[in-house]
Structures are given as structure tokens and as C-alpha cells.
Design a protein around this ligand. Structure first.
Ligand code: 9WN
Length: 448
């Protein structure tokens, strides 16, 4: 790695100023019932965004944080799925593509997409409760959320266990939250792209084409979404794209632990949630860990093989304690943690690494926040402390952008991005463990 290490440059973060700016972003993006990820690029409610946003918003307004999650849970489908987008009826339907008409989901409690996103919601519900238990009890927040979360997890654990090995499969790159990840290139090759002349992208009005997925990739996303829609969103037939993703399943395992905490608080049995937590963790290790790659890898269900791309998704299982020695080694050697800004989304040493294009290299704030939690979970406190500083610095320098180039910290995508502000607020308000004198999982970083 010959580029300069941006995190070595000593820059102070003015935490009070940063906190006030983060609060301003969340206030400006609040719609009255939920928070848009960004006013222009994403003018509706997104599922995993709302979970991250609520975790930050609880420090500013526990009531709004509860409403944020309740809005999303209110759009749950009868089969239990939580849709990846809930469309705002007050917003121009053509402001985002694919908009409400594309998905043909009339008859549902709200107009939504038919896909899902990673299950961070039970974690968010639990943490929002903890911010103001008295208010949450008065509003019946946990009692109303719990049965919905149980049905959401059941949908993922049962209907989405397409291979029958105890992991949830995703049916579309958008479901991973890491849409344009290089891990999806091989499975997407099987998908015939819809001609770019047949749809109108709206994202390019607000973001640079060099940062966003290509037209051919978009054509494939549209084909997959239309086929799933035309099947009636059935999960029992064959699927052109069916993948078991490490981050998605690690979050499901962590969310089952959060469900156990919620059930305990409500005086309900917790055992089944711990059983689910354990069985998902075991399946993650069995199906997705690759000892030769020192990482978890996604598994393509079309041939039941690992997809040989190391992405940040394969590191997130740290949050449930997965293979700390191996993952911390990979974090230092392949992801430059401590030497670049935050944690890149893709292996820095891979040929296809691109520091600017969506999920093909840039560092994102929500996944960095997850990694910070992962570091803490396995006692890697030196990395956790360094990463906290790196996140705050990147937010300060970039102006709460959607994501940054890991080498230069140059901001890309939308500005005043909600989960960026939420992550910052949570780090500034959260309890930060002191760095340990010696880190039990410390890794020897290569000198390159
Ligand atoms: C498609 C809203 C979402 C995030 C995703 C991110 C991006 C949408 C898009 O924006 O995806 O869902 O249009 O590219 O990849 O993680 O939830 O912020």
C-alpha cells in the first residue's frame, strides 16, 4: 500500500460542534413520521437506514426514534416481511426509481417495495427502548413491536431458508444493503439485463455516474426485481439470484439476541430466541466461514459454493463473536484498518478495488459502526478506539456524506446523510470503553 495513510494526520475533532451538526442533519431529514436517508437521492423510508437512524435519534428524541421504527413496522406485510422501501405518499412518485408503481404492492398497509434489507431492527428497538424505558413503557413500544419483530424473523428464518441449512437467503443485491458489491458480480452474470432505454434512472440526477452502479448493473437489478414481482413475491420457486450473505445472517443472529432481551423485559420466555441465535451462529460458521480466506464469504445457492470475494460483509460476524483471530488478521492485512479511513467495503488488495464506486471499496459509516461494535464484542479495544476516531474524523471532513474514499477521506454520494449523522451521534453519546493496555486479539500489521 503506497498511498498516504490519512488517519495518521493528527486532526482534532470538535465533538460539541460535530454533535450539533449531526443533530441538525437528523432534524432536517425528519418527515413527521420517519427520517429520509437523504432529501434528494432517497426521499422515502428505507428499512435498515431507519434502524441505524433510530439508534442515533434516540439520543436526540427517544419519542421520534420509537416513531421511526413504528412507521416501518406498520408497513409489515401479512407474510411477515419488512419491506426495504416504504414510499411516502406525499412525495412525487417519480422522485426515485423504481418508485411505488413499479412494485405493484397495492392492498398492503402502505405502498412499498417487495424486497427486504438486513435485519437490524430488533437491535434498534431494544436500544431505543433502553434510551427511555419509562416513555417506552407508557407508549407500549416493546409490547407492540415484539410480535412484529418475531414474525419478521420467522419470515427470514423459514421462508428465506432456501437451502434448508438454517440461513436466510437474499433474492436481490438490494437486499444485502451492499447493492453493487463485487461479490454479486458472478451471480449477476446469469441475469439478462433489461435494456437501459426501457427505464429511467433518477439516481444520476443527484449523484455522479462514476460513483453509482453502471446501466448494465441497473438493468440486472430491474430484471431481478420485476421477475420476483411477477412471481407474486413467491419464495418457494427457483431464483436467478439466491445468496447466503454473512452480514445479513450475523445481524439476524444478533437480532435474535436482542429479541431475547425484549422478551425478557416483557416477562415472556426467551429460550427460543437464544436457540435461534445459536443455530444461526452455528450455520454461519458451518456454511460461510472459509479458513483458507480467513474470512466469512457469501455462498451462491446456484452451485452451493463460496463466492471468493472478501468484503466487509465477511467481517461483520465479529458482532456475534465469529472467528476473531482470523478476522482481525484480515482486517489489518486486507482492509488497512488503522491506516485508512474507517473500514473499506472491499479488500484493498483486490484487483477490482475502487475507492469511489458504490460498495466496491469506499468506507461507509453504518458498516464502520457495525465493525466498531464487532471490535468491542471480541475485546479488540485498540481497533475500536481507533475506528471511533476515524468515523468522527471522516464525518467532520466530509460533511456527513454517504460514504468516503478510504485513502483520501474524500466524500461521495449524498451529503447530510442520515445514518452518517446517526452513527456520529451514537458514538458521541455512547459509552466508549477505555483502550486496554494489551489487546488480546491484537494483530501484527504488515509493514507494507
Ligand atoms: C437501493 C438508502 C439505500 C441504502 C443501501 C444503499 C442504497 C439504494 C440505491 O441506498 O441503496 O436500495 O438506490 O442504491 O446501497 O444500503 O439502504 O440509503
Amino acid at each position: 500500500m503506497s498511498r498516504p495513510a490519512t488517519t495518521d494526520i493528527p486532526v482534532d475533532v470538535d465533538e460539541n460542534r460535530l454533535r450539533r451538526s449531526a443533530e441538525r442533519v437528523l432534524l432536517a431529514n425528519w418527515t413527521g413520521r420517519w427520517t429520509v436517508p437523504s432529501r434528494e437521492l432517497y426521499p422515502h423510508q428505507w428499512s435498515w437506514d431507519s434502524a441505524f437512524i433510530a439508534i442515533g435519534l434516540r439520543h436526540l428524541s427517544p419519542r421520534r426514534a420509537q416513531q421511526e421504527l413504528e412507521s416501518l413496522l406498520g408497513a409489515q406485510w401479512p407474510d411477515g416481511r419488512l419491506p426495504h422501501i416504504v414510499f411516502d405518499p406525499r412525495t412525487d412518485p417519480d422522485a426515485y426509481f423504481p418508485g411505488p408503481d413499479f412494485w405493484r404492492t397495492t392492498g398492503m398497509p402502505a405502498r412499498t417495495s417487495g424486497l427486504v434489507q438486513p435485519p437490524v431492527h430488533a437491535i434498534a428497538v431494544w436500544e431505543v427502548f433502553a434510551a427511555d424505558p419509562a416513555l417506552a413503557r407508557r407508549r407500549g413500544f416493546l409490547a407492540r413491536s415484539y410480535p412484529k419483530l418475531v414474525r419478521w424473523h420467522e419470515y427470514l428464518r423459514v421462508r428465506r431458508d432456501l437451502a434448508g441449512h438454517g440461513l436466510a437467503a437474499i433474492r436481490h443485491p438490494w437486499e444485502s444493503g451492499m447493492d453493487n458489491s463485487p461479490a454479486w458480480d458472478a451471480p449477476l452474470l446469469r441475469v439478462e439485463p433489461v435494456d437501459a432505454g426501457l427505464f429511467q434512472r433518477r439516481d444520476l440526477r443527484h449523484a455522479a455516474a462514476a460513483d453509482r452502479p453502471t446501466n448494465v448493473d441497473y438493468g440486472r437489478y430491474v430484471r431481478l426485481a420485476a421477475d420476483y414481482r411477477d412471481s407474486g413475491y413467491a419464495d418457494d420457486g427457483g431464483a436467478d439470484f439466491a445468496v447466503e450473505d454473512p452480514m445479513f445472517n450475523a445481524l439476524l443472529a444478533a437480532s435474535e439476541a436482542a429479541l431475547a432481551a425484549i422478551a425478557g423485559e416483557l416477562g415472556l420466555p426467551t429460550g427460543r430466541h437464544w436457540e435461534n441465535h445459536e443455530s444461526i451462529r452455528a450455520a454461519l460458521d458451518e456454511r460461510l466461514f472459509s479458513p483458507t480466506d480467513n474470512s466469512y464469504l457469501a455462498r451462491d445457492l446456484s452451485d452451493d459454493r463460496h463466492i471468493p470475494e472478501r468484503t466487509i460483509s465477511g467481517l461483520v460476524p465479529l458482532i456475534v463473536g465469529g472467528h476473531p483471530v482470523e478476522l482481525l488478521e484480515t482486517v489489518g492485512r486486507r482492509f488497512g484498518v488503522g491506516r485508512v479511513s474507517m473500514v473499506p467495503s472491499y479488500d484493498l488488495t483486490a484487483d477490482g478495488f475502487d475507492g469511489a464506486r458504490y460498495w466496491r471499496g469506499p468506507s461507509w459509516f453504518n458498516t464502520a459502526w457495525l465493525m466498531l461494535r464487532g471490535f468491542r464484542a471480541v475485546g479488540a479495544l485498540r481497533q475500536a478506539t481507533g475506528l471511533r476516531h476515524s468515523i468522527l474524523l471522516a464525518a467532520t471532513r466530509s460533511g456527513f456524506r454517504e460514504y468516503v474514499d478510504p485513502y483520501t477521506t474524500a466524500g461521495h454520494g449524498s451529503d447530510n446523510f442520515s445514518w452518517t449523522a446517526a452513527a456520529v451521534l451514537d458514538l458521541l453519546r455512547g459509552t466508549v470503553p477505555a483502550p486496554a493496555a494489551s489487546d488480546p486479539h491484537g494483530v501484527q500489521e504488515p509493514s507494507t
